[in-house]
Design a protein around this ligand. Structure first.
Ligand SMILES: Cc1cc2nc3c(=O)[nH]c(=O)nc-3n(C[C@H](O)[C@H](O)[C@H](O)COP(=O)(O)OP(=O)(O)OC[C@H]3O[C@@H](n4cnc5c(N)ncnc54)[C@H](O)[C@@H]3O)c2cc1C
Length: 479
């Protein structure tokens, strides 16, 4: 075992997108940055399988990349998606633009994004990325980081400060569990996922329109298609792990093909051998997790998925992580590089937002699944769309607030709670499903809309006080 004092100012654990962007932002501020990454360099040894092949970047992600000077280069390798293309079981298509103004989210391949970010980070002489260096543990009292290399060497580093960007299964966070006062929760989703591929057509074209995120909502599961620059589509199948129609029930080629044929024949028609891809590996679980505090002794902070892991139904995990990076860099600038102060402000700003977006993402999936099994939910959806049409600035859809702006998630959770309460009141009107053309209903709705105008800070704090860490559902508890 070797013990060495760290020569660098900042150590980052994890060279995922959050760790790398953070390294770039710190290098731009003159810090010497050591990044420890457990896996080998993906540019030399591409990782087979792994998590989602595609990521969607939205406004918060772009703001983080813009701060690092990377927006244009990453946009150039991304495809803009202007809305959702809904595929009905009979093959009928309906396109729903994300916003009337034509705003887009962007689909980017995870592996290409990571490789490109690594190339950029290595242009900074201040950044040193050590692949095959797995962090086993940290000791906050002793200010040490214990590393084991792929060659089996053990290193106890003593960096000046540590930023843990080691993802949803963070080893750094695991070490903190021993510390009194540190709390952590994890919730396994009943939904798992698998990824498949639709190749370009024989004519070399996209199988489906490339300007949209394609959705096959089916029962409690759904299939999502993302276009790629090579004209293929990545297909993510989200489905209950167990149950009537689930990964467990689709257990052989015949059952799978029959299910695909009846529920998404248009997709099946473009797949070479769905059973081969579907059964080649096991479905991956989805989870939410959160923890507090994020900052320890002014020496260590958790960031990105290590601090807050989301289920992917709002496509916000990385976007939130990149927003963390930008916020931390701004906190350092504002605090003139006094780390204790900067980290305290960072935690103050971001922890409650992390909790809020974890809850929003879980709740969003509940809504999608409920929409599939509850016909009254469709009435609720129609009312929601109508309210937005009546008052576009006052009743803004959840996804629009989350993806196309940077209003803090905690405020969005509070706004959404008010929207849900309003919808509950309208839905409690007897026979509401038959009265959607009744002007009296919309008079009532208009008067309710006036109350939605502002969300003051006291409302946001009241909500958070009523919801201890780990309650997870700011919105669900209120509605
Ligand atoms: C199916 C799915 C779809 C998703 N879609 C979207 C989307 O569309 N948009 C979006 O914004 N987000 C999405 N996400 C979330 C997104 O993947 C994560 O939020 C994002 O990857 C977090 O980045 P990170 O750098 O914090 O962590 P990670 O990407 O997990 O990177 C962590 C890095 O740390 C390394 N590491 C781990 N442990 C150690 C250790 N002990 N020592 C050293 N290194 C270590 C890992 O090898 C890895 O390189 C999705 C997630 C899933 C599962």
């Amino acid at each position: 075992m070797t013990t060495r004092a760290c020569r660098r100012d900042v150590t980052i654990v994890g060279a995922g997108p959050v760790g790398i962007v953070l390294a770039i932002l710190l290098a731009q501020r003159g810090y010497e940055v050591d990044v420890y990454e457990g896996h080998p360099d993906p540019r030399v040894n591409p990782r087979p399988g792994g998590r989602s092949i595609n990521l969607t970047l939205a406004e918060r992600g772009w703001q983080g990349l813009r701060a690092a000077g990377l927006e244009d280069v990453i946009k150039a390798m991304s495809l803009p998606l202007r809305g959702r293309m809904i595929h009905a079981a009979d093959g009928e298509l309906r396109f729903h633009p994300y916003t009337p103004a034509g705003d887009s989210i962007y689909s980017v391949p995870r592996s290409e994004l990571t490789k490109r970010l690594l190339d950029f980070a290595e242009e900074y002489p201040e950044v040193s990325i050590r692949f095959g260096h797995h962090c086993r543990a940290v000791d906050v009292e002793a200010c040490t980081v214990s590393i084991v290399t792929s060659g089996g060497e053990r290193i106890d580093a003593r960096p000046s400060r540590v930023l843990a960007a080691d993802g949803a299964f963070s080893s750094v966070r695991r070490s903190l569990l021993r510390n009194p006062g540190f709390s952590f929760y994890q919730r396994l989703s009943p939904i798992s996922y698998r990824e498949l591929r639709v190749p370009p057509t024989a004519a070399g074209e996209f199988a489906f329109a490339p300007h949209a995120l394609h959705l096959w909502p089916r029962g409690e599961g759904m299939i999502v298609g993302f276009p790629n620059l090579d004209r293929s589509f990545t297909i993510s199948v989200f489905m209950p792990t167990q149950g009537e129609t689930s990964f467990a029930s689709l257990s052989d080629r015949r059952t799978l093909e029959a299910f695909m044929f009846t529920s998404c024949g248009d997709l099946l028609a473009h797949m070479d051998d769905v059973a081969h891809d579907f059964f080649n590996g096991t479905p991956a679980p989805l989870l939410s997790s959160g923890c507090a505090p994020w900052v320890h002794g002014g020496w260590l902070a958790l960031i990105g998925d290590a601090a807050h892991t989301l289920v992917p139904f709002l496509g916000q995990g990385l976007n939130a992580g990149l927003e963390d990076c930008r916020t931390l860099a701004e906190c350092l600038d504002d605090a003139n590089d006094r780390w204790d102060k900067a980290l305290a402000v960072f935690e103050d700003e971001r922890l409650a937002n992390g909790e809020a977006v974890i809850g929003l993402a879980e709740k969003h999936f509940d809504e999608l699944a409920r929409g599939a099994r509850d016909p009254l939910f469709l009435v609720r959806r129609v009312i929601e769309e109508r309210l937005h049409a009546i008052a576009p600035d006052r009743f803004v859809p959840l996804y629009t607030m989350v993806a196309f702006g940077s209003r803090p998630y905690r405020e969005i959770a509070a706004v959404r709670a008010r929207q849900e309460a309003l919808l509950d009141r309208l839905m409690s009107v007897p026979d509401i499903g038959d009265r959607l053309h009744d002007e009296e209903i919309w008079r009532l709705a208009r008067s309710e809309l006036n109350a939605l105008e502002t969300v003051d800070e006291s409302l946001v704090s009241d909500l958070e006080e009523a919801l201890p860490l780990g309650a997870l559902h700011p919105v669900a508890t209120v509605t």
